[in-house]
Design a protein around this ligand. Structure first.
Ligand code: C2O
Ligand code: CU
Length: 542
């Protein structure tokens, strides 16, 4: 076992994109931030120094951190934020993950620029379950705002409306040729004809599910969210915020320049971007007459829900040899509705939500409120009054979730810091049901501390009697983030063998800000390997 250390200095740096310059928050001055690499099973330490002007926390997305929620990162869930001038040594315990994951800030909207890839290689002397690639290329998608992201955040959470939209999607920090003042920076990958490349793809965008493709080339997906998948060859991929994909690219075309392109998929008109794709260049080495403007690849249309879910629904796991199989004896059934809601506008605060209301979001009609000290500390030290147990594990009302009209009282959720308590070893089956209360959209749901088997999904209302008969209990994909279709449902399963306090939330940053999250407290088991160890002595204080 190797023990690696990284120094992460959170500080501002000046960046110019889309013809204007601003200061952004970075790690070590980089956007996207530095790559963390490790071998399967390693433990890595990151010394995080906050040299910025606001509180921050960092999270290792998709790393299960067995029995170590203390350095998982989400603000007020597992730790108090690191104050400006402060330091926190974060231990990252890799266990079974293999492939691409990522890290990001978990405070307000700072993750817009504070994020980077995590690459977990197989143990030394162990091979990939696919031919060894000639080289590996990280592809990190982001969003670029000409406005200050902190301002964008405070503005929409205060005025209750929709946030401003980003000005471009980026590939490794760059909007690409088709955007103003962007040509010289366009990201390029140089390849040799006849060789194979492993793309390590991260969607670090704040609110946008993306389509991505490469002109004249297919992508063969071999992993997702740090687990291997059955190879899936497609002419495009779809990837939601929070997801990661490992894909092989065969450089088997005529030597030339080809565009790679990404464009937002959006099922909700209110957040649609303009249609200009973000591009990068795939450039073959060798001598050939270069073409002045390479053709754009095929990308599904911006609202092509079928294209997005056809891709998501085609992923299959690679069980047994590479990862655990689906648990069969479910002990805990949970059903959730994921809704966009509204609150009445506080007096004297003109709100920009629908009909003068304030936007909200909820799970089972509870809109989550962050406490003022972290839930993990409150749980561990039995501090009362920080959270309450008994988050409803079934929706509070029964109706046709995807109907067009609802009584207006259903649109207003309850506020609360409520958690779901699970016994150690529970086998959880959880159904996410999208609703159309104020509006329907896809929700990429993410769980900390675990990955889960996605055993089924569908459009419309979940049917308790019929849909479970169609579950894939053989080779479903093992993910940590799953896109629940607009006005549809998704079922996941996981075994609660990681004690601690673990956040579950929609990975659209807008929806987290509105309250679409909850927390699982997984109790200790009986064995010495089933209990939560004490915190490190250097936890940040509130
Ligand atoms: Cu990508 Cu709560 O995390
Ligand atoms: Cu959402």
């Amino acid at each position: 076992k190797t023990q690696k250390q990284y120094n992460f200095v959170v500080k501002e740096a000046q960046y110019t994109r889309l013809c204007s310059t601003k200061r952004i928050l970075t790690v070590n001055g980089k956007f996207p931030g530095p790559v963390i690499s490790a071998y399967q099973g390693d433990t890595v330490y990151v010394n995080v120094y906050n040299r910025g002007t606001h509180n921050i926390t960092l999270h290792w997305h998709g790393v299960k951190q067995p029995r170590n929620p203390w350095t998982d990162g989400p603000e007020y869930i597992t730790q108090c934020p690191i104050k400006p001038g402060g330091k926190f040594i974060q231990k990252i315990i890799f266990s079974t993950e293999e492939g691409t994951l990522w890290w990001h800030a978990h405070s307000d909207w700072s993750r817009a620029t504070v994020h980077g890839a995590i690459i977990v290689y197989p143990k030394k002397n162990r091979a990939y379950p696919f031919p060894k690639p000639h080289a590996e290329v990280p592809i990190v998608f982001g969003e670029w705002w000409k406005n200050d992201v902190r301002k964008v955040y405070t503005e929409f959470v205060t005025n209750g409306g929709l946030p401003r939209k980003p000005d471009a999607i980026t590939i490794n920090g760059q909007p690409g040729d088709l955007h103003p003042c962007s040509k010289s920076g366009t990201f390029k990958v140089n390849v040799d004809r006849g060789k194979t490349y492993l793309l390590r793809i991260v969607n670090a965008a704040m609110n946008l599910i993306l389509f991505f493709s490469i002109s004249k080339h297919n992508l063969t997906v071999v992993g997702a969210d740090g687990s291997y998948t059955k190879p899936l060859t497609r002419d495009y991929i779809a990837i939601s915020p929070g997801q990661t994909i490992d894909a092989l690219l065969y450089a088997n075309q005529e030597p030339n320049q080809y565009y790679m392109a990404a464009r937002a998929y959006s099922s909700a008109p209110a957040i649609r971007l303009d249609n200009t794709p973000t591009t990068a260049i795939l450039q073959y080495n060798g001598n050939y007459p270069p073409i002045s403007s390479p053709p754009l690849p095929y990308l599904p249309y911006y609202n092509d829900t079928q294209a997005a879910f056809n891709f998501f629904g085609s992923l299959r796991g690679l069980p047994s040899k590479y990862h655990e199989t689906v648990p069969l004896n479910v002990s805990t059934h949970i059903e959730t509705t994921l809704s966009i809601n509204t609150f009445p506008c506080p007096k004297g605060h003109p709100c920009k939500g629908p009909n003068g209301t304030h936007f909200a979001a909820s799970i089972n009609n509870i809109s989550f409120v962050l406490p003022s000290i972290d839930i993990l500390k409150a749980y561990y030290y039995h501090i009362n009054g920080v959270y309450i147990k008994g988050f409803p594990t079934f929706p509070p009302f029964l109706f046709n979730f995807t109907a067009e009209y609802f009584p207006s009282e259903l649109q207003i959720p309850k506020k609360g810091t409520k958690v779901i308590v699970l016994n150690y070893g529970s086998v959880v089956e959880l159904v996410f049901q999208g609703t159309n209360l104020v509006g329907g959209i896809d929700h990429p749901m993410h769980l900390h501390g675990y990955n889960f088997h996605v055993v089924g999904h569908g459009f419309g209302n979940f049917d308790k009697d019929k849909d479970p008969m169609k579950y894939n209990l053989i080779n479903p994909p093992l993910l940590n983030t799953v896109a629940v279709p607009k006005n549809g449902w998704t079922t996941i399963r996981f075994k609660a063998t990681n004690p601690g306090v673990w956040l579950m939330h929609c990975h659209l940053e807008r929806h987290i800000a509105w309250g679409m999250e909850t927390v699982f407290i997984v109790k200790n088991g009986r064995g010495s390997n089933e209990t939560l160890p004490p915190p490190p002595p250097y936890m940040p204080r509130c």
